[in-house]
Design a protein around this ligand. Structure first.
Ligand SMILES: C[S@@+](CC[C@H](N)C(=O)[O-])C[C@H]1O[C@@H](n2cnc3c(N)ncnc32)[C@H](O)[C@@H]1O
Length: 365
């Protein structure tokens, strides 16, 4: 996985149109290299604001192929809003995301508990009772039958059958709907017929699982018997064991630009770098796209926030940062950087990693 937060069109010596061309000229070969070093199932996230979004989309379509577009995340960087002369106050940036090969990218899944903690406005922790069996914790949500009435004994005959369960012994049997249970109700047998189907011309809903799967994976089914005597009823639900995961939404809020600035201030590195990304934002991106141990890279490292996020989530990382000097004597950031003995942005990148105690090897090229 690669994350980049490229510099914006800030040059002021060219006409606007030329500046644009320059930016694309700077980005195109870098994106091409990024694609080359990505793993076949790799992903690139690119932070960008509205000014370069469309140009960047065009570049990425060229380099990665439009079919490898994955998402354009909205990151709420400043909910207070920033008024820039006219129009509405801006609150967000984007994170344009492409895959090396979109067919190899599955759903981006994250921990619902973590995402809810970070973004309570975006995620909700489902209120579900957590139960436990020999295999561990699980929750139940859906019954075993297929709620879609178009699956029935006519369209899916092999999926319509009776399930018999013995409360006393835990034995399980499957038969055609009109066949009896292997033993009498008095010895504990209770039957679940498929759910009645309201669709004209058919009688039953299909089950979601085949007969074979019901018998083979019965540990992932919960059998609940209610009522007594002839009104005894068997309800079968599927157990969900990875109930802590959810699909990432394309809206990210919570960690903001201010969060990123505070992180640097807390390390005694405030007043030098204006646009550090918050570490938690990068952790979300890292966790949903990679596993611990996967190599990740940021080649516009800036203050090194991505390195911190990678280290804290157990991903080995490569950061690249130009030895861009703090040189403008009229800029108060320059004085502050020099006070701390930092000559270049690359010095800031390594100083931050050092201050948070991240293990890293440095090469100056
Ligand atoms: C927006 S900052 C990245 C901030 C970083 N994501 C962070 O959280 O601190 C962009 C970075 O690109 C670097 N940069 C500027 N022009 C560049 C160029 N032509 N080639 C490579 N890097 C450049 C700057 O030094 C700066 O560190």
């Amino acid at each position: 996985m690669i994350y980049i937060d490229p510099p914006y069109n800030t040059g002021n010596t060219f006409a606007y149109a030329d500046r644009r061309g320059d930016w694309a000229g700077m980005m195109r070969p870098r994106l091409g290299l990024a694609r080359e070093v990505l793993r076949e199932d790799g992903l690139i996230y690119i932070s960008i604001d509205i000014n370069e979004l469309f140009e960047l989309k065009g570049l990425c379509d060229e380099v990665f192929g439009a079919e490898n577009f994955v998402a354009n995340f909205i990151w709420v960087s400043n909910l207070k809003g920033r008024q820039l002369g006219f129009g509405p106050a801006g609150t967000h940036e984007y994170i344009l995301t492409y895959a090396r090969d979109a067919r190899q990218v599955g759903k981006l899944r994250g921990s619902v508990a973590e995402l809810t903690r970070l973004m309570p406005e975006v995620y909700r922790l489902p209120k579900r009772e957590v139960k436990r069996d020999a295999r561990g914790e699980y929750v139940t949500k859906n019954e075993l039958y297929n709620t879609n009435s178009k699956f029935n004994e006519v369209t899916a005959p092999s999926m319509v059958y009776a399930i018999h369960y013995c409360v006393k012994t835990g034995e399980l049997a499957v038969t055609d709907v009109d066949e009896p249970a292997p033993g009498p109700a008095s010895s504990g047998w209770v039957t679940a017929l498929p759910h009645p189907n309201a669709k004209p011309g058919v009688k039953w809903h299909a089950w979601r699982w085949s007969r074979g799967k019901v018998l083979a994976d019965r540990e992932d089914l919960e059998f609940e018997v209610t009522g007594r005597g002839p009104s005894r009823k068997l309800t079968i639900r599927t157990k969900i064991r990875d109930f802590d995961t959810t699909t990432l939404k394309d809206l990210i809020m919570g960690p903001s630009t201010v969060t990123g600035l505070r992180e640097l201030e807390r390390l005694g590195l405030g007043g030098i770098f204006e646009t550090p990304k918050p570490v938690d934002l990068l952790k979300v991106l890292l966790k949903v796209a990679t596993e611990p141990g996967d190599l990740v890279m940021d080649f516009f490292a800036g203050s090194g926030s991505f390195g911190v996020a990678a280290a804290e989530t157990g991903r080995p990382f490569i950061l690249v940062q130009l030895e861009e000097p703090f040189a403008d004597p009229s800029d108060p950031r320059t004085a502050r950087a020099h006070e701390l003995g930092l000559e270049t942005i690359a010095d800031l990148t390594s100083e931050r990693l050092r201050r948070v105690g991240v293990d890293y090897i440095e090469a100056r090229i």
